[in-house]
Design a protein around this ligand. Sequence first.
Ligand code: NAP
Ligand code: F7E
Length: 337
Amino acid sequence: MSKSALITGVTGQDGSYLAELLLAKGYTVHGLVRRSSSFNTERIDHIYQGPQEANRSLVLHHADLSDGVALVNLLRDLQPDEVYNLGAQSHVRVSFDAPLYTGDVTGLGALRLLEAVRASGISTRVYQASSSEMFGAAPPPQNESTPFHPRSPYGCAKVFGYWSTVNYREAYGMFAVNGILFNHESPRRGETFVTRKITRAVARIQAGLQDRLYLGNLDAVRDWGYAPEYVDAMWRMLQRDEPDDYVVATGEPATVRQFVETAFAHAGLEWAEYVRYDPKYERPSEVDALIGDASKAHDLLGWKASVKVEELARIMVDADIQHVSDQLAGATVRIDR
Ligand code: NAP
Ligand code: F7E
């Protein structure tokens, strides 16, 4: 019998890569999709299987992390072997504008899912997408023992999700794990996160479609990895004999300024000619430096990042240049751009 998994956030960056990974392993993948007035499945269109297809291995279901009853019904009906909770309002800056909504979906949503697993009486392994944003102001390097000091409503909501996951493990013996993932990016990264904002601007500037890139704090330090490698770490956590929590990171720091320099240089552009400061992109409280220590994931999961920040920037710039070129040629844009 092949395994089955439910992914919340299947339409997001990580959800799309995880769905590909699990399908390649022979899983039946169920994806939770929230209702939108426009199509929101672009990242998974290339693996989409229509309702009329026989023996589907990817099945999409409408539900929402704010609707606990829908989650119970879905879990009771599907009884998946594994649940990956990747759904979230995941933008840190936006979480200052919509703090209650972020708390509801990103924080309480995790608890609703755990409680739905318990209420439906099924035996399933649960992955919670925890985040390095929980460390916030705690000085680097950060590992599984570093105390949390979140600096945004998003970070606070993720801390709630983290401890809810630990609590359901301790209280009910649930196989529930936290992956504490540091920033990870790809050509499928949302266009308003800083890496993709930069690489998309590089491609558009090179094509003559844009002449300025407005950014906020260039001094922030992040530990940027490659998303397809990070979803593999998620899967590995759920294959262990015992549930536990793991940091997933490259261990290599870079400033936003360094990412800008690498991305522009790769396209043969001088960044200082195009980049301008706009305080609009500053946060009320910033996370200055996140650098992960993923020794535990390396030792126990056999996981290690191979793509580091400079290669990541080049992968993303190349993909965005191809994307712009396809758009200008009127071609259908491929998802693996
Ligand atoms: P993402 O691209 O922003 O995807 C978020 C997903 O959540 C999307 O599928 C989105 O649906 C869905 N979603 C939003 N609100 C929802 C709701 N009310 N009900 C159900 N689904 C909802 O995020 P990502 O980068 O793939 O990250 C995946 C998870 O890992 C998130 O929980 C994020 O917070 C966490 N995380 C990310 C990173 C990172 O660097 N990428 C690091 C640590 C942790 P739509 O497509 O309709 O918007
Ligand atoms: O910002 C600075 C900004 O929005 C990175 C999410 O996936 O990773 C992500 O959160 C840094 C910050 O990601 C702009 O101030 C400068 O210091 O790309 P970001 P994030 O806030 O680190 C964590 C691990 C998650 O869990 C989150 O879900 O870049 N920055 N100028 C800017 N950031 C943005 N977005 N836009 C700018 O113009």
